[in-house]
Design a protein around this ligand. Structure first.
Ligand SMILES: NC(=O)c1ccc[n+]([C@@H]2O[C@H](COP(=O)([O-])OP(=O)(O)OC[C@H]3O[C@@H](n4cnc5c(N)ncnc54)[C@H](O)[C@@H]3O)[C@@H](O)[C@H]2O)c1
Ligand SMILES: O=C(O)C(=O)C[C@@H](O)[C@H](O)[C@H](O)COP(=O)(O)O
Length: 569
């Protein structure tokens, strides 16, 4: 029930483009990374060439390929054979390029007006492709088209002809493209940067029974989609955020105001201190005082604690209003912001009050990672690794291969570095794992519980440590505990337990815990949401990618697993 649409076909992050391009320049047999369409003079060739250069991939102009095939200039072909025959040749060439060109392809201005081209572009999009409508300012485009000359479709009064073509083509281009980039006033380099960020955006579509479908949009600059996702119904937006992410909330507030919304800026206490009934109550009071109605909305911006609280407020205000999450920590991007588990803590335990309430969209803008401290980035890797253990072993391989760079994460040098591609892929893969479970079991009747691997002990550690232990760190120890328990009960061998310790340790995550005592841990594990009556329940593995439910295990084994995560004396 989950579809995945992302920045192209397979794992194609920027570094991979560069490497593979050198090997494939002459014999490319891959679909393009992106196809640019737009009006004459929109800058398809210039911007497309620049994007290809930035990505280190080849650039193909369909008109040039047609001229090579025809052995003559397009203007000559037009006058000798007429437009219908030209469009036929153009369709054939484009059909081939959509399977074989690789890199960036720009299409002739009128190409998408041919039905067969539209059909082929649609099929390309369905295979994961990006068709980018380069929307230039009409004056700028006309001026460039005039200067460019030699365009058979603009013969005569070029401006008048351009305008009339624009009226016919603009609605078609808008419908055909799945990426729209406005280039008004932009230099070709700036426009190319915009195109590149949008092309490299990875989208995971979440759908399923009882879920109004939404997208998780991952990439640099994805918060620019905020107004599009909120839509035009809300008049007021409550922007809920914490102070360490002030720089990002300032930007988002400006975006919202530019889009015409009335923004109520709601600053909440940081981290777990924000996930309380008192904080929620303070916001309900404000929403009431400020006249928030059912058509207004909430934006949650920050780490997982802020998005959990924002979702809870949205779920409860007037029994549910629209909300969009803008996660700023790695953990919130890969896990907390998606899936609709919203909630607060109570003195008795973590997330004990809350609801399943799905966001209208999630904008994981990787630009936010620029300010993320190293220890909070590493904490997020705890949930990434968990997702690898329960479902996607490629996540584990990527973590192994890049452990050292990940461990040394530095937000100030992150964007544009090779690590950016690695992290983008980890985020996308982890969100897919989350989306798979959520799509099939929103209300956690069974399958979704697998996302709780490592959490039964993890939540107890957080609670006993009064939240001085970060969630992802506690989950990492919880995963080692769950692996020990799986092994003690004969589900996995010692190698897999050792592998848990080796991998998590190599990422800088904790693998043992000295705090608390057995009795208090046991009491808290009984309050875990997976427990039933007096029965403890856990998620364990019977292999990588094979989580299982473990109901009412022998208490001696649980105790022994706990002893095994105590540090060696
Ligand atoms: N709802 C879910 O499905 C789900 C899933 C996983 C975790 N969670 C919850 O998420 C929380 C953990 O999330 P977290 O690890 O993001 O912790 P957090 O929200 O406490 O954030 C950690 C710290 O990093 C700061 N921060 C976040 N982004 C930043 C940025 N870009 N720059 C600078 N500082 C930044 C925060 O303000 C905070 O101080 C826990 O409450 C956990 O229960 C919920
Ligand atoms: O989405 C889920 O379902 C999860 O269990 C994801 C967990 O990683 C997350 O920490 C969640 O908040 C835990 O929920 P809880 O129901 O155990 O409180």
């Amino acid at each position: 029930m989950t579809e995945h649409r992302h920045g192209g076909h397979g794992n194609r992050h920027r570094g991979q483009h560069r490497r593979s391009n050198e090997q494939r320049q002459s014999t490319c047999q891959e679909p393009p990374v992106a196809v640019l369409i737009g009006m004459p003079g929109a800058g398809k060739t210039r911007v497309g060439g620049e994007v290809a250069h930035m990505l280190g991939v080849r650039f193909t102009d369909s008109d040039e390929v047609i001229e090579q095939r025809a052995g003559m200039h397009i203007t000559e072909y037009f006058s000798e054979y007429g437009e219908p025959r030209f469009r036929k040749l153009e369709s054939q060439v484009i059909a081939e390029l959509l399977h074989t060109a690789g890199g960036i392809v720009s299409l002739g201005g009128g190409a998408p007006m041919t039905e067969e081209v539209r059909r082929n572009l649609q099929a390309y999009i369905e295979r994961g492709g990006k068709v980018v409508y380069l929307q230039a300012d009409p004056q700028e485009a006309m001026e460039r088209a005039r200067r460019g000359g030699n365009r058979p479709m603009l013969a005569g009064d070029a401006d008048a002809r351009w305008r009339s073509l624009y009226e016919q083509r603009d609605p078609v281009f808008k419908a055909v493209a799945n990426v729209h980039v406005h280039t008004r006033g932009s230099s070709p380099q700036h426009a190319a940067r915009k195109v590149m960020d949008m092309v490299m955006e990875h989208d995971v579509h979440v759908t399923g029974t009882s879920i109004t479908p939404y997208d998780v949009r991952i990439g640099v600059g994805t918060s620019n989609h905020l107004a599009e996702v909120l839509g035009d119904k809300p008049v007021r937006i409550a922007l809920i955020h914490t102070s360490p992410v002030q720089r990002h909330s300032d930007r988002v507030r400006a975006l919202l105001r530019q889009a015409g919304y009335q923004v109520s800026d709601v600053l909440i206490p940081d981290a777990e201190a924000g996930k309380t009934i008192e904080v929620a109550n303070g916001i309900w009071q404000r929403l009431g005082d400020e006249g928030f109605t059912r058509s207004d909305a909430v934006v949650g911006l920050g780490g997982g604690a802020a998005t959990d609280l924002a979702g809870f407020v949205a779920a409860t205000w007037m029994r549910g209003i629209r909300y969009v999450n803008c996660p700023t920590s790695l953990l919130a991007m890969v896990d907390a912001s998606t899936g609709g588990k919203t909630g607060i803590n109570t003195p008795q335990g973590k997330n004990l009050v809350g609801s399943f309430y799905t966001p209208a969209g999630v904008l994981a803008d990787m630009r936010a990672l620029e300010t993320l401290p190293n220890d909070i980035f590493i904490e997020g890797l705890g949930e990434v690794a968990k997702s690898g253990f329960i479902r996607d072993r490629d996540i584990l391989s990527i973590l192994e291969d890049h452990a050292q760079e990940l461990r040394q994460f530095d937000g100030s040098t992150f964007l544009g570095s090779p690590l950016e591609d690695v992290v983008a892929e980890l985020i996308e893969r982890t969100v897919k794992v989350k989306a798979y479970h959520v799509s099939n079991d929103l209300r956690e009747a069974g399958l979704r519980e697998f996302l709780n691997y490592g959490h039964t002990l993890g939540h107890a550690i957080e609670q006993i440590e009064h939240f001085t232990w970060r969630h992802g760190n506690a989950v990492a120890v919880g995963c080692v505990f769950a692996a020990e328990l799986s092994h003690l009960l004969g589900y996995i061998d010692q190698d897999l337990v050792d592998y848990h310790r080796r991998l998590l340790g190599s990422l800088g995550l904790p693998i043992s815990w000295a705090g608390g005592d057995w009795d208090s841990v046991l009491e808290l594990m009984h309050r875990d949401k997976k427990a039933r009556g007096n029965t403890l329940r856990f998620v364990v593995l019977d292999g990588v990618g094979h989580p299982i439910h473990l109901d009412d295990p022998p208490i001696e084994a649980v105790h022994e697993a706990f002893e095994r995560i105590r540090p060696a004396r």
